[in-house]
Design a protein around this ligand. Structure first.
Ligand SMILES: C=CC1=C(C)c2cc3[nH]c(cc4nc(cc5[nH]c(cc1n2)c(C)c5CCC(=O)O)C(CCC(=O)O)=C4C)c(C)c3C=C
Ligand SMILES: [Fe+2]
Ligand SMILES: [Fe+2]
Length: 344
């Protein structure tokens, strides 16, 4: 029988907080055509001609505030997930990052070196996006075809609405909620609106309630990041028994001058205190592991924005990270795909 293994894939981080390392990382990340989806020449002009002139120094300062002795939180937490999962399954588990090291190729190589020819690859993103799930699969396929043509890879699909994940997230949030909060905000990483239209095979999405959030089209729903974010929220608050009026959805981390999906987290944080939300709990379910975008952009900058707007208490709810109940979900999703190989 063919030997199987698991590859957990996350986004990646710079190797250190040195400006040059951050620049190298941002160059690889932002030159990905599924992240900044302009023609190469325009992408290069924007990224190398404008963004990389100033952003690396600013991002390096931000990374310094979250960096730990072990390294970047995102990588360290992904390693912790790997170690805990390894104790629960009887096949080898490795990690790979879409950008920087350890790369997807390094991860696959480590599995191949252990005699593995069938890999379950888990992109660690609950919701589908061209700039996350899709680019991971594209990269892994490129590496497989070039370097490992004999291996098979089985990809775990986005799990934004899977009961096991929703129950896990709802329980985790519930445990960490403060006693008094006026609203629970779900802040998802944003994407440009253009990405939503581009990846919608049904061409029905209008980025609204009827044609997006409540769409009945499976083809739309399978590829619409915005739809999936709202569905995760709906399912989690239903499970928690929280009224919709006590919740807010917003999208963070926009970059550049394009129109990104709204409402924007930073603007929301500034304006909700005047509408009566003085005590806020906030969670970031587009990320399974805490990272720069949660530990700095939300916990530090976001808190400042909220307080500046007149907020009184701000409570950041950490990601699932290496919580045992989440590792159980990872295990179940991996095992489903490991068993799929028998059906091929
Ligand atoms: C749901 C996950 C993510 C989506 C969708 C996503 C889209 C996206 N991101 C950028 C630009 C940047 N993102 C940055 C950091 C970052 N992004 C994600 C996840 C998603 N990105 C994570 C987990 C992280 C943190 C990585 C870490 O090391 O902790 C950054 C770099 C940091 C900074 O300078 O702020 C940029 C830039 C675009 C343009 C985009 C959509 C197309
Ligand atoms: Fe991002
Ligand atoms: Fe949509």
């Amino acid at each position: 029988m063919n030997k199987k293994g698991i590859l957990l894939v996350n986004l990646g981080s710079p190797r250190s907080t040195a400006v040059n390392d951050v620049k190298e990382y941002l160059d690889e990340f932002l030159m990905d055509e599924r992240v900044i989806d302009y023609r190469w020449i325009f992408r290069a002009l924007l990224v190398r001609g404008i963004i990389l002139k100033t952003r690396p120094a600013k991002s390096a300062e931000a990374y310094k505030t979250v960096w730990t002795d072990e390294g970047s939180p995102l990588v360290v937490i992904t390693e912790k997930i790997q170690k805990k999962l390894q104790k629960l399954v009887d096949v080898p588990v490795e990690i790979g990052m879409r950008y920087a090291e350890p790369s997807i190729e390094t991860g696959i190589q480590k599995l191949v070196d252990q005699g593995i020819s069938e890999i379950v690859l888990f992109p660690l993103y609950p919701q589908y996006a061209m700039s996350t799930t899709e680019t991971v699969i594209e990269k892994a396929e490129e590496v497989r075809k070039k370097k490992f043509p004999k291996i098979k890879i089985n990809y775990i699909q986005p799990f934004y609405n899977r009961d096991i994940y929703i129950n896990c997230l709802a329980e985790s949030i519930q445990e960490k909620l403060p006693e008094n909060f006026d609203a629970l905000q779900f802040s998802y990483h944003g994407v440009p609106e253009r990405h939503i239209y581009k990846t919608d095979p049904s061409k029905t999405c209008k980025i609204d309630d009827a044609n997006c959030i409540n769409s009945q089209s499976d083809t739309h729903n399978a590829f619409c990041y915005r739809h999936q974010c709202y569905k995760t929220t709906e399912a989690v608050i239903a499970k928690m028994g929280l009224p919709k009026e006590k919740t807010i959805v917003s999208f963070q981390s926009r970059l550049g001058n394009d129109k990104w999906i709204e409402p924007y987290t930073d603007e929301t944080l500034e304006t909700i205190p005047a509408k009566g939300v003085k005590n806020l709990a906030i969670v970031c379910p587009a990320f399974v592991s805490d990272c720069l975008e949660t530990l700095e952009e939300i916990s530090v900058e976001g808190k400042e924005q909220f307080m500046h707007g007149g907020g009184e208490s701000f409570h950041y709810i950490p990601c699932l990270n290496d919580e045992d109940r989440w590792i159980e979900v990872v295990k179940t999703l991996c095992e489903e795909k490991l068993n799929d190989f028998y059906l091929v």
